[in-house]
Design a binder for this molecule. Sequence first.
Ligand code: MSP
Length: 510
Amino acid sequence: MSQKPFYITTPIYYVNDVPHIGHAYTTLACDMAARFARLEGRPVLFVTGTDEHGLKNAKTAQEKGRTPQEHVDLLSENFRHLCTISHISNDDFIRTTQPRHIKAAQAMWKALSDSGHIYLGKYEGWYSTRDEAYYAESEIADGKAISSGSPVEWVEEPSYFFKLSAFGDKLLSFYKANPDFIQPKSRYNEVIKFVESGLRDLSISRTTFNWGVPVPGDEAHIMYVWLDALTNYLTCVGYPDENATAYKTFWPEALHVVGKDILRFHAVYWPAFLMAAGLPLPQGIYAHGWWTKDGQKISKSLGNAIDPLQLYEIYGLDQVRYFLMREVTFGQDGDFSHTAMVSRMNGDLANDYGNLVHRVLSFLDKQLGGVLPALEPLTADDIALLNQAQIMLPHVVALMKQMGLSKVLEEIWSLVGAANRYIDAQKPWGLKVTDPARMGTILAVLVDVIRRIALLTQPIMPDASAQILDMLNVEEHDRLFAAYNTHLSSGTQLRKPICVFKKWEDPDAS
Ligand code: MSP
């Protein structure tokens, strides 16, 4: 049976910000899910990119003496670089200034307009350029948007409107019929409450600047940056060509992963646009929480933005990838601190996983020249551990369906813990003289469990897992989950073990 395709997207990032840990977090979460789905053998399309229009960019470009295009070309590279350095496995990198996207955004506009959902009016109200969002009087206090703290300005200009008010009931019945559409549940409830409170028509064009996608048929207007940006999810599958292979394969299989701050755009506006355009809706929207630093909101003005590249240099890439996905329940807010990072790095990785691998493979290398013994005869204890390893795969597959990323890692580490306890109970080191055959079986059991753990950790720590699988001489095609329940043949020559997870060393300690 052919496997269900999986289309996963990050939000496209505003180029004017320097990439920080918050951006890396969303992208890493998607990377973990995309890699996992590929290991399941599913066709995957994983896309990230940059959101490049809007007044902010036009203004900064002018200040810097660049054209807006030159400016965004330069800044977009920061995000591309972040992907490369973070070993992100994205299949595409979309930029909203690309011709393919401008074509898709204009086609979207035409679809909304042809179906009678757009009318010309005048916008009078509050707008925040920082958030690229319109706010109602009730959402403002002291000249700032209450939700984000961003300054707002009064705007009066001719504007096209999207008849969002006509979609309240349709959206509510859609949410009710698809209770998993918005996750986690608390966010689902929040969106329902917002829609129930009534939707106003949405201003979807601007006339006071021109750095954006021209409105088809009325070039005095450019498209509202969110209508432009949200359409990127369709651009990447070849829209407006609904016969494109990518479109046919991946739309509407999409899961949009977003931060909680931009949930409304994805869970309300986007489905309404799609309904109005007569297009199918994505599978779901997952809203994750926000990272703080030592308990404080991360922001440019506080100057406490954490540079992910610097973190990789200090702690190691896979260590940071693991920490970010493990430390906080996916969906909740989390706090970054050096202490928490080091505790995961030394505890979960160096002591638990690293030591398990190292002590087993070094002992096997020393005692048996790295030649894998037979996985028999098995005792009840051996079978119990092997069974635990075997059921771990269907278990984590089920958790991944809910984007339970931190939970998946917690579960894999319960197997790491079980393997370590098994060593302590079986004491293979003591058997080399008294019962070398039993010692061999114990080591074979452990190697099999380590192999499965390394298969499972590939999505989160691709490099470290590959090093472990290399040491075990696992063939490339046996690194897919389809090979999870196979075994390495006895007699396999393992490679010389190396230390995969280093401990944190304080650079100031002498
Ligand atoms: N350009 C829009 C998205 C358009 S998608 C059609 C945008 N860009 S953004 O660069 O401001 O934010 C992108 C993502 O980064 C959001 O999901 C946001 O939640 C996430 N984060 C930014 N700071 C964050 C933290 N401190 N912590 C976690 N994620 C945060 O919004």
